[in-house]
Design a binder for this molecule. Structure first.
Ligand code: AMP
Ligand code: MG
Length: 332
């Protein structure tokens, strides 16, 4: 019964997300003068929506689905055949793809003082948020799992990764942004592509031109509390946008919201002043890692982190105060 409710909740959420994304696309459409093709697909456990502008519409949409599926097969936490699962099972693995993303993750872990930590895999499993096993774990279960975690226990030597401890890595905080990086690389090399906007769950990549006038892209940001409503619209020329929020996966008990972004210090859902963080920068992996990290850190430390990386952002706190950081064009 709980599982059925969960599926209904997930499907409705995905539909709401796709409506919001469609709303953003309609804003852009009025002035386009290139041919375009669009499609929504389920990938990486979420909705992927693409709109590709091209003089000669071709196979780009299906190529992009393949690019994302191939990546998903490598970095999936659930798929036992993935490279990530092999690493988690064996505690050592040779993978250029995973070593590269872990380099970025470890840097963000260090700069965020451990607020961002991909070794929270077992902790996420313990809470099970967004799954049929979601529950509030006992304090001693949390302490026991936390004693094994720690990003500093990951060693990288070229493409060789080694774990110095009994933990597992979960790339849920960066996977969708990473997919956006791969999509950007594809769009830059694909024949006939003028521009494109692709969203993979909470991460979005915009590339090239949407019309001959060279107007900026407009990316909608979801309202963190009112389902189906927009918080505002970001205008940008090219780049990556990632959002982390406490509304994406959560359950409530005794009036408390238990969501999926965990504070590695307490082992519990992060309880900073923030309910939504959006980050804009020139790397999808980094924008995704930073939005998660800032969510855990809270507004002040989050701002410092974004400044360190030269990234821009939008922070929304529990009172619905909106703060923008860095160079960002946000209408709300
Ligand atoms: P995002 O929606 O990008 O903020 O990513 C949230 C996902 O990242 C969660 O569902 C977990 O899989 C994972 N995660 C949760 N807390 C952390 C954390 N503090 N550092 C890194 N990954 C995390
Ligand atoms: Mg993230």
């Amino acid at each position: 019964m709980k599982k059925k409710k969960l599926i209904i909740k997930t499907v409705s959420l995905l539909l709401v997300c796709s409506v919001i994304i469609t709303a953003a696309l309609i804003i852009r459409d009025r002035k386009t003068d290139f041919n375009s093709a669009e499609k929504s697909t389920v990938a990486m456990n979420t909705i992927m929506t693409q709109k590709i502008y091209s003089d000669v519409p071709g196979s780009q949409i299906t190529d992009i689905i393949t690019v994302v599926r191939v990546l998903e097969e490598m970095i999936s936490f659930k798929d036992e055949a993935s490279q990530l699962s092999a690493l988690n099972r064996e505690g050592a693995y040779d993978s250029g793809v995973i070593a590269d993303v872990l380099e970025v993750c470890l840097d963000v872990s260090e700069k965020s003082g451990g607020a961002f930590d991909v070794t929270v895999g077992e902790l996420s499993e313990l809470w099970g948020i967004g799954t049929e096993n979601e529950r509030i774990p006992d304090a001693d279960e949390i302490t026991s799992v936390l004693s094994e975690c720690g990003y500093e226990k990951i060693g990288i030597d070229g493409t060789e990764i080694t774990f110095d401890g009994d933990f597992s890595v979960d790339l849920g905080a960066v996977g969708k942004g990473m997919a956006c990086d791969y999509i950007m690389t594809y769009l830059k090399s694909a024949e006939g592509v003028k521009g494109g906007v692709v969203s993979v769950g909470g991460s979005i990549v915009v590339y090239g031109q949407r019309n001959k006038a060279g107007d900026k892209w407009r990316v909608a940001v979801r309202h963190p509390r009112n389902e189906g409503e927009l918080l505002g619209v970001i205008s940008l020329s090219e780049g990556f946008v990632s959002t982390s929020g406490d509304y994406e996966r959560y359950f409530e008990e005794d009036g408390i919201r238990y969501h999926h972004i965990l504070d590695p210090e307490s082992g519990c859902p992060a309880d900073s002043d923030l309910i939504s963080v959006t980050v804009v920068c020139d790397s999808g992996t980094l924008s995704d890692a930073l939005s998660t990290a800032c969510f855990v850190l809270g507004r002040e430390k989050g701002e410092e982190l974004l400044e360190h990386y030269g990234a821009a952002g939008i922070f929304v706190d529990k009172e619905m105060n909106i703060t923008t950081v860095g160079d960002i064009d946000f209408e709300y």
